[in-house]
Design a binder for this molecule. Structure first.
Ligand SMILES: [Zn+2]
Length: 155
């Protein structure tokens, strides 16, 4: 699992950058800008992500993709949210486990596994809302424009 080290970048809010997917992590990172520049997480979000990582690694050997969280200092971006470090985008799971995007319409999309991953998020008490367009994966998700290849988690 991933650990926060003293070398881990921190922003003006004292939010840490998500560890950039060490080899033994249960997740991988993606997104623009790269290098974790959009992956500064509120301490609660960091706790949730590292908890989900452990739970997921116990049930599935595929890594899940973590994308945008917030930029350093919470500066504005092209999204309406993702400013306070309490939202995260997570890729849908692929059957082949490749670290690439997949929409819920695609053959490579693994609906059961994606539903299990969403379920792990929902089983953490801090998770309030998940936006995703495949409502069969988990009936608790809410459809939202442009959420075909990733789900958006809010604490
Ligand atoms: Zn999002």
């Amino acid at each position: 699992m991933a650990h926060l080290s003293e070398l881990q970048p921190q922003d003006s809010r004292h939010y840490f950058m998500l560890p950039q997917a060490p080899e033994d992590a249960g997740y991988y990172v993606y997104g623009t800008p790269a290098g974790g520049q959009f992956q500064y997480a509120h301490p609660s979000m960091m706790t949730v992500l590292l908890w989900v990582e452990r739970e997921w690694a116990a049930i599935d050997s595929r890594k899940f993709g973590i994308g945008n969280i917030s930029k350093a200092g919470g500066i504005k971006n092209e999204h309406a949210s993702h400013m306070n470090g309490l939202q995260v985008d997570v890729r849908a799971i692929r059957k082949d486990g490749l670290q690439l995007p997949v929409t819920w319409h695609d053959h490579e999309y693994d609906e059961k596994a994606t539903g299990r991953l969403i379920g792990v998020f929902f089983s953490h008490p801090l998770v309030k809302k998940v936006l995703f367009n495949d409502i069969r994966a988990d009936p608790r998700v809410h459809p939202w424009p442009h959420h075909d290849n990733h789900f958006h988690v809010e604490l």
